[in-house]
Design a protein around this ligand. Structure first.
Ligand SMILES: Nc1ncnc2c1ncn2[C@@H]1O[C@H](COP(=O)(O)OP(=O)(O)OP(=O)(O)O)[C@@H](O)[C@H]1O
Ligand SMILES: [Mg+2]
Length: 266
């Protein structure tokens, strides 16, 4: 297996396998994501989309293959031809290369928006207190919430909380942003404001991998769409190829279900 980094790649997955007990949930998943690329991952429930993201930032350990983020092997260091598992501390440090945004925002309820954003940079002492505070304010501005710096999560709408969560992930200056259905828990009227922040982020050149059911977002914002099915990448292509000219019967079936669900009255 090749263990050298593709220096242009933000993410390189080669033959990634993941088991839960005897059940294999990722089967030989290979994917190279270039720096600045925005990738959408779509596919049926249980196909391994979340698990793949969780493996990328080492919330889960893989059982086969290799993952590289920003040119670094995830979870291991290499000496000559040997691999050594990283310590928990080194893994935590490595995790900072990826920012993750979940469906549930999980902000600390007793901290203001600004405090939520500056917490990890302060704990990890990535900069001076002043620099961290000023960057946190800048990020709040980027997600359109400058006026909410001192608001507590309970005083914010779901969409606003998710925008704070995005700013919080950005505060550690990650190389890759991972989103796991970031708008699925939101009321419909708040979906657009979160997608708009994500669109700006993609335009700014951030590398993004987004698990989403928002097909219009995938089409308009993402460079490539990955279709996962039963633990495998069953199709990869530009949004046009996947949405307009799908050839894989599973993709066709999945898209027709999504369209049918969209057409249903709320
Ligand atoms: N911690 C776990 N222990 C055991 N099995 C798990 C665990 N996490 C996920 N699984 C199983 O792994 C498979 C893939 O799950 P995963 O959450 O990655 O799917 P998904 O594509 O994200 O689905 P969804 O669209 O519903 O979020 C599923 O069969 C799931 O039940
Ligand atoms: Mg999931």
């Amino acid at each position: 297996m090749r263990l050298t980094a593709d220096s242009a790649a933000a993410l390189e997955a080669v033959g990634v396998c993941k088991f839960y007990g005897t059940m294999q949930v990722l089967k030989d998943v290979s994917l190279t994501v270039r720096r600045g690329e925005a990738i959408a991952i779509i596919g049926p429930s249980g196909s391994g989309k979340s698990t793949f993201l969780r493996c990328i930032n080492r919330l889960e350990e893989i059982n086969g293959g290799m993952l590289m983020v920003n040119g670094h092997l995830v979870g291991f260091r290499r000496e000559g031809n040997k691999l050594y598992e990283l310590s928990e501390r080194a893994i935590a440090a490595q995790r900072r290369d990826t920012g993750m945004v979940f469906q549930s925002f999980n902000l600390f309820p007793h901290m203001t928006a600004l405090e939520n954003i500056s917490l990890a940079p302060r704990v990890n002492k990535i900069d001076t207190k002043d620099a961290i505070a000023s960057y946190a304010k800048e990020l709040l501005g980027k997600v359109g919430l400058s006026e909410k710096a001192d608001a507590y999560p309970a005083q914010l709408s779901g969409g606003q909380q998710q925008r704070v969560a995005i700013a919080r992930a950005l505060a550690m200056k990650p190389k890759v942003m991972l989103f796991d259905e970031p708008t699925s828990a939101l009321d419909p009227e708040m979906v657009a404001e979160v997608l708009s922040v994500m669109q700006d982020l993609a335009s700014s050149g951030m590398t993004m991998i987004v698990v989403t059911h928002e097909m219009e977002f995938a089409r308009r914002v993402c460079d490539r769409v990955i279709f996962m099915d039963q633990g495998r990448i069953a199709a990869v292509g530009t949004p046009e190829t996947i949405f307009d000219k799908p050839t894989n019967p599973r993709v066709i079936d999945f898209l027709s279900r999504v369209k049918a669900a969209d057409a249903m009255p709320a």
